[in-house]
Design a binder for this molecule. Structure first.
Ligand code: SF4
Length: 250
């Protein structure tokens, strides 16, 4: 198996591990009276920034299970994202208004459902809302009258044992997801000598470019960086390349 095939086989196992943890977590939580509000057809959080590993991007870009990425939609979204990133005064500025300025994920289909559901990446899998999904919408809290904001904050307080006190998403599934992404990144470094991690649309777009995959498999980080520069796709807010540490001699 070449490096690309190894990464693709690894990610499927990681998804199985995360899904089985999430399933058990939901069972335990709901059987003790809790409620998880995520459901099929809801896309209220699908405009949040999502960063993925190379392994996730490779799996998503594969056309199987009828999960087909609409490349035109992806390219249009990416052009908008890159223009916006370049115009942003700071990373904080970019993140603050990204949901409003960039809009929904280009992988949503015409019916508003995830077009790659079986392969959707770790950040989307691990995000579970334990408050009504209306609160997941962009600007949802900012648009509430003051009394409703108070009620929301009281609710957030009441679920802090499962959210870690931050917002209304489950912390245990989120932490496991982050841990699994980090371990995938570590394995990518071992396999290729570098890791590449970035915005969902950008990573999927790259994984679909034959030329990019050829460059990646040279395991030469300089060539990969040059490819991104030449194609106007290298920007620190949306992509990062980390080289593996050189082995010491002693
Ligand atoms: S990949 Fe699917 S679940 Fe994730 S943000 Fe995009 S449409 Fe939503």
């Amino acid at each position: 198996m070449n490096a690309v095939e190894v990464l693709k086989s690894e990610i499927q196992q990681v998804y199985n591990q995360l899904d089985s943890f999430i399933e058990t977590w939901i069972e335990n939580y709901t059987s003790s009276g809790g409620q998880v509000f995520c459901h099929k057809g809801c896309n209220n959080c699908c405009d949040l920034p999502v960063s993925i590993t190379l392994a996730e991007a490779l799996l998503i870009s594969d056309n199987f299970n009828n999960d087909v990425v609409n490349e035109d939609k992806l390219r249009t979204y990416l052009d908008k994202l890159i223009k916006y990133v370049k115009e942003s005064k700071s990373e904080l500025d970019y993140l603050k208004s990204r949901r409003i300025n960039i809009g929904m994920c280009p992988l949503l289909n015409g019916e508003g459902a995830c077009s790659i559901h079986k392969k959707h990446p770790i950040p989307c899998r691990k995000t579970l809302s334990v408050l009504n999904h209306q609160f997941c919408k962009a600007e949802a809290i900012n648009n509430l009258p003051p009394l409703e904001v108070r009620k929301y904050l009281d609710k957030v307080k009441s679920i802090s044992d499962v959210t870690g006190g931050r917002g209304h998403y489950v912390s245990e599934t989120s932490n496991l997801g982050s841990y699994l992404q980090n371990s995938l990144r570590g394995n990518t470094k071992k396999l290729l000598g570098f890791d590449i991690f970035g915005d969902l649309a950008l990573m999927v777009f790259l994984a679909k470019q034959e030329e990019f995959i050829k460059v990646v498999t040279t395991k030469n980080v300089r060539k990969v960086t040059r490819y991104l520069q030449d194609n106007n796709l290298l920007h620190p807010y949306i992509i990062s390349i980390e080289q593996a540490k050189a082995k010491g001699f002693g």
